[in-house]
Design a protein. Structure first.
Length: 159
């Protein structure tokens, strides 16, 4: 019973669209910015859960306890692969890096109960995606970059 992402915003939840963009040459910051921009583009954002649903939900009953939403699974998988993190480092990023948590949609303002992921939950969900699924997701993210990001940059340099 997975959801694409939580449709109902809770009190104290920080929005994915409002994830800050600190000035940094760190690859994690660049990745978080790319994920935020992908999330803000509805056309591409909706393609990712379609791929994940075909892999993770197809043929399974929609009953049982709720699992991790599809967007945080996608974010964790992207971070693990692009930064070449092991599961221990990924678990630390998912629970303690505010930028990662906000782009996952689980970060809260101070004073509100935090959502923390157990180690096994992080491992089980980030490891669900096989090579074929990751290739499909890669195709979507590359086309997003070419169609949306570089098209805008080409326009700046050509005028």
């Amino acid at each position: 019973m997975r959801k694409r992402f939580e449709p109902q915003i809770e009190i104290g939840q920080l929005l994915i669209e409002d994830t800050p963009t600190p000035k940094s040459r760190d690859g994690m910051v660049a990745l978080v910015i790319a994920l935020r921009e992908l999330y803000k583009n509805r056309v591409y954002r909706d393609r990712i859960p379609d791929i994940l649903e075909a892999k993770l939900i197809a043929g399974r009953p929609r009953t049982g306890r709720p699992g991790m939403n599809l967007w945080p699974i996608f974010v964790l998988a992207q971070i693990r692969l692009s930064k070449r993190l092991d599961y221990d480092e990924l678990h630390t990023q998912a629970n303690y890096n505010k930028l990662v948590r906000q782009v996952m949609g689980v970060e809260r303002e101070s004073g509100f109960e935090e959502i923390k992921f157990p180690y096994q939950t992080t491992v089980d969900n980030a490891g669900l995606l096989d090579d074929a699924t990751l290739k499909q997701i890669n195709d979507v993210t590359v086309s997003f970059g070419q169609d949306e990001v570089f098209k805008k940059k080409r326009g700046k340099f050509c005028t």
